[in-house]
Design a protein around this ligand. Structure first.
Ligand code: GLN
Ligand code: ZN
Length: 748
C-alpha cells in the first residue's frame, strides 16, 4: 500500500491555544511549567490526530514555541554573544532572541524577522559571529522524538537543513566560512547519531532554499555540504524541498546518497518534467501533491495524473509544504455543507492523503467519482458581464494620461502645497474605545446611528488635531476599519470569511485570510461616505484611503479555478469604481496601499516579471487610469525590501509613493537616485513599530539626509506606516515633532 505523510503540522492549536498560553506566559500570568505543559498537550493531540487519521509517517519537532528556524539556531548553540552574555535561562534566552529582552539582566533587541519564502509566515534570522561555536547543545528535537515514542508513536524528526540554514543566516564578515561549514556538518551528524541511539529510523531535512535560482557555485556548495554530511550516516535521510521546483540542483540531488527526496508538485512547475528525466530506483519519492498553502479540496483526478508513473515505485504521498500555512480544521466553521464541501484545512487534508493513497491502488474508486462530480458541478454563477469587461480591456485602460510630468505640473498648480509637504499613512490609533465601538455594533449592542456618531466624532477630533500641528495633507484615520484587507473583502461580492481560520504569521501572531469564493464585484461604494464626510470638515485636502488589488489578493486564500492574475484584475476593476466614486465626491488625493506587493514575488528572480510583475503592476495602473489629471494618486508600501524592484514600482505610475525606510537607515535613497526614480517619494522618517518618540533634532537630521540625496521638489515627509497599533500619546508627540522639524527646515 502506498504510504502517506505530511511535511509538518500547524502548532498553534485548533483554537489558537498555543498563542493564548504563550501570551499569558509573556504577561507573567502563568509559569514556565504551565507553558511547557501546554506545549506537551498540543503535541500529543496533534500526533494522535495524525495517527487516528491513518497517516503512516508522522513528523516530530515541527512544533515550536515561536519559530523552527530559531529552534534550529538554538539547537546548534547559535546565539549572538550580546544575548548569551545576559546569562538568561534557556527559555528566557529563546524568547529574548524572538522578542528582545528588557529586564534586570540587561537589554537586547529581538533578532530581525523576515518573510519565510513566498508565504506570510516570518522566521527569525540566525546570526553567526566569529565567536559562535557551533555544536549541539539543544535537546528539543531529541525530547520530542522520545515524547512521541513514549506515547507509542514513532516519528520522523524534522529540522531545517544546513544549506537553507546558511542561506537564511546573517553571517558576520569575519567568520571563517570553511570552519563554520565543518562545525555545522559535524553538528548535524551528531544529531543523526543521537537520534539513531534513541531508535529513530529517519530524519527530515527541510531545504526550501533549493527551489530558488542557484548558481553553479551554489550547487557545488550544496553538493559538497551534503556529500560530507551523509558519509556513514546512521539513519535514513529525507531531503524535503518545497515552494517550487528544484530545477537547478535536481541532478545533484538524485545522485546524493540520500534515501528519499521530497518534491513539490503544487508550486513546482517543472517537478513532473524533472522526474521524467529520471529518478533513481533505490530512492523513495515523497510526492507533495496536497496543497499545504491553500484551503481548497484536492482535485484527485489531476493529482493521480501527476504521480501516475510512480504508482509501482517507491512512493509516499505528502503535502506540498508544511500545513503550517493553512488553518486547523473546517469542523468549527459554519459554512453551509455545499460550501464547506469545497474546503480542506489541515485536518481534512490528512483524509485526502488517505483517499489518494487508496486511489493510487485503484481502491475506493467511488471517492474519485464523487470528487470529480464535485468539481464538475457549477459552484456559482459566473459573472458574464464582468468577464466581458475584462476581455474588452485594451492597452489604453492601463495607461493614465497625460504623462507623469504633465500631471505633476498641473497638480503643483492645483494643490499649491508648501515645500516638503507633510502627511501620514492613513490610520490613527485603534484604541480600546474604537475597537469596542465596532464590536458593540457588530453584536447589536449599539445601533448604526450610535456607531456612526462615534466614528464621526473621532474623525472630527483627529482632523482638528492634524490642523493644529499644521500637517499639510490630512487623513480621516480609518476608524471604521478592522483590517485593511478584511474591511474591503467584507464589502465586495465574492468573498467568504472563516470564523476560526487562523494561520500563524509569526510567533504568537496569526492572520485569518478571507477566502475568494467567486467572481469579485463591488456591491456599493465602500469608503466614499467617510472620506466625503472628512473632506467636508476641513479646507485642507483629505486623502482618500484604499487597499490595492494585489495586496487584497495576496492576503486572501485565492481561487484555484482561475489565475491569480484574473482575480487581481477583477479586484482592480472593483477598486477602480471606488476610485472614480471618490473623485466624483470631491476627493482630490487618493492613496491606494500596496503593502503586500512583494509578497508573491516569485522566488526565482528569473520569473519576477514574466510571472508576476508583468500583470501585478498593470493591475495597479488599471485602477487609476481613468482619473482626472488633477487628481493625485498616492501609494504606500511596507513590510519588505523593495530596492530591487524599484523600476517596477515606478511603472505603477502613481504620483506619490510613501514607504517604510527608517529601519534600514534610508539605504533605499541612493538607489532611488541611481535609478532616476520618477515618482515623488515619502520615505518614512520614523519607525512606527516602536513606541519610541523621535526628537525634533533626530527628525531634522533624517530629513536633511533625504534632502541631500533626493531632489527637494520630489520629497514628502511622513512616518513609515499607519499608526493604528500605536498609542495616542506617542502618535501625537511624534507627528508634532515631525511638523516642527519640517517648519524649521523650511525656514533655513
Ligand atoms: N493605510 C494603512 C494604514 O495606515 C496602511 C497599512 C499598511 O501599510 N500596512 O493603516
Ligand atoms: Zn505600511
Amino acid at each position: 500500500m502506498v504510504k502517506t505523510t505530511i511535511v509538518g503540522f500547524p502548532r498553534i492549536g485548533e483554537f489558537r491555544e498555543l498563542k493564548f498560553a504563550t501570551e499569558a506566559f509573556f504577561r507573567g500570568d502563568s509559569t514556565t511549567k504551565d507553558l511547557l505543559q501546554k506545549g506537551k498537550e498540543l503535541r500529543k493531540k496533534h500526533w494522535q490526530l495524525l495517527k487516528d487519521s491513518g497517516i503512516d509517517e508522522i513528523t516530530s519537532n515541527d512544533f515550536s514555541f515561536y519559530d523552527t528556524t530559531l529552534d534550529t539556531a538554538c539547537l546548534f548553540n547559535i546565539v549572538p554573544a550580546a544575548v548569551r552574555s545576559l546569562a538568561l535561562t534557556p527559555l528566557e534566552e529563546y524568547f529574548a532572541l524572538a522578542r528582545g529582552y528588557q529586564g534586570e539582566k540587561g537589554d537586547v533587541k529581538a533578532r530581525p524577522m523576515k518573510k519565510w519564502f513566498n508565504t506570510n509566515y516570518h522566521y527569525l534570522t540566525p546570526k553567526i559571529e566569529a565567536s559562535t561555536n557551533v555544536r549541539v547543545v539543544g535537546t528539543k528535537i531529541f525530547d520530542e522524538y522520545q515524547e512521541a515514542k513514549s506515547l507509542g508513536i514513532e516519528t520522523r524528526p524534522v529540522i531545517l537543513g544546513p544549506f537553507t540554514f546558511l542561506q537564511l543566516a546573517e553571517i558576520d564578515d569575519d567568520v571563517n566560512q570553511e570552519k563554520l561549514i565543518i562545525q555545522l556538518t559535524v553538528a548535524y551528524q551528531e544529531v543523526f547519531s543521537k537520534l539513531d541511539n534513541l531508535g529513530a529510523k529517519w530524519i527530515q531535512l527541510d531545504e526550501p532554499g533549493l527551489v530558488k535560482d542557484l548558481s553553479t557555485e551554489q550547487v557545488n556548495v550544496f553538493e559538497t555540504l551534503y556529500q560530507n554530511l551523509l558519509v556513514d550516516k546512521p539513519l535514513n535521510v529525507l531531503i524535503q524541498t518545497y515552494f517550487g521546483d528544484v530545477r537547478d540542483v535536481y541532478h545533484s540531488l538524485i545522485t546524493l546518497p540520500v534515501d528519499a527526496i521530497g518534491l513539490d508538485f503544487v508550486e513546482g512547475k517543472q517537478t513532473k518534467a524533472l522526474l521524467t528525466s529520471g529518478f533513481p530506483e533505490d530512492k523513495i519519492l515523497y510526492a507533495g501533491v496536497v496543497n499545504g498553502k491553500n484551503i481548497w479540496r484536492n482535485q484527485f483526478e489531476q493529482t493521480l495524473l501527476q504521480v501516475k508513473d510512480f504508482q509501482n515505485k517507491k512512493l509516499v504521498l505528502s503535502t506540498s509544504c508544511s500545513l503550517l500555512h493553512v488553518p486547523y480544521t473546517t469542523d468549527n466553521e459554519s459554512f453551509s455543507p455545499e460550501i464547506v464541501n469545497y474546503f480542506s484545512f489541515a485536518k481534512e487534508k490528512l483524509e485526502e492523503l488517505k483517499v489518494l493513497a487508496s486511489l493510487v491502488e485503484h481502491k475506493e474508486m467511488h471517492l474519485l467519482q464523487q470528487n470529480k462530480a464535485l468539481f464538475a458541478a457549477k459552484r456559482f454563477d459566473e459573472n458574464s458581464e464582468l468577464k466581458e469587461k475584462l476581455e474588452q480591456l485594451t492597452a489604453k485602460d492601463f495607461e493614465r494620461s497625460p504623462d507623469f510630468e504633465q500631471r505633476r505640473l498641473i497638480q503643483k498648480n492645483v494643490f499649491q502645497l508648501p515645500d516638503l509637504p507633510t502627511t501620514t499613512i492613513g490610520s490613527f490609533p485603534q484604541t480600546k474605545e474604537v475597537k469596542q465601538n465596532r464590536s458593540k455594533w457588530k453584536k447589536g449592542e449599539i445601533d448604526q446611528q450610535h456607531y456612526e456618531q462615534f466614528i464621526e466624532k473621532q474623525i472630527k477630533e483627529w482632523l482638528e488635531w492634524q490642523e493644529s500641528i499644521d500637517l499639510d495633507v490630512l487623513v480621516h484615520g480609518e476608524f471604521e476599519r478592522n483590517d485593511m484587507v478584511e474591511y474591503f473583502g467584507q464589502q465586495l461580492d465574492g468573498y467568504l470569511f472563516s470564523k476560526n481560520g487562523w494561520v500563524q504569521s509569526y510567533g504568537t501572531r496569526g492572520v485569518k485570510p478571507p477566502i475568494i469564493w467567486s467572481d469579485i464585484t463591488r456591491k456599493a461604494p465602500i469608503t466614499v461616505k467617510w472620506s466625503a464626510f472628512a473632506q467636508s470638515q476641513t479646507k485642507k485636502v483629505v486623502k482618500g484611503m484604499l487597499t490595492g488589488p494585489v495586496t487584497i489578493l495576496n492576503w486572501s486564500f485565492p481561487r484555484e479555478d482561475v489565475s491569480t492574475k484574473e482575480s487581481t484584475l477583477q479586484l482592480a476593476l472593483a477598486i477602480q469604481e471606488e476610485v472614480l466614486d471618490l473623485e466624483k465626491n470631491g476627493i482630490r488625493m487618493i492613496q491606494i496601499d500596496e503593502a503586500a506587493l512583494r509578497e508573491k514575488l516569485p522566488l526565482r528572480q528569473s520569473d519576477w516579471y514574466s510571472e508576476y510583475l508583468d500583470w501585478a503592476i498593470p493591475a495597479f495602473r488599471l485602477i487609476h487610469s481613468k482619473v482626472k489629471p488633477e487628481t493625485q494618486i498616492h501609494t504606500h508600501m511596507c513590510y519588505s525590501e523593495f530596492t530591487d524592484i524599484l523600476s517596477a514600482i515606478d511603472q505603477m505610475d502613481a504620483d506619490v509613493i510613501s514607504f517604510e525606510a527608517s529601519r534600514s537607515n534610508l539605504a533605499i535613497l541612493d538607489e532611488l537616485v541611481r535609478r532616476h526614480f520618477k515618482t515623488a517619494v515619502g520615505p518614512g522618517v520614523y519607525d512606527i513599530h516602536s513606541p519610541r518618540i523621535p526628537s525634533v533634532e533626530e527628525l531634522t537630521t533624517t530629513i536633511h539626509e533625504i534632502i541631500k540625496k533626493v531632489p527637494r521638489e520630489k520629497i514628502w515627509i511622513n512616518p513609515d506606516c499607519g499608526l493604528k497599533t500605536r498609542g495616542i500619546v506617542e502618535t501625537k508627540a511624534s507627528l508634532a515633532n515631525m511638523t516642527k522639524a519640517v517648519a524649521a527646515i523650511r525656514e533655513e
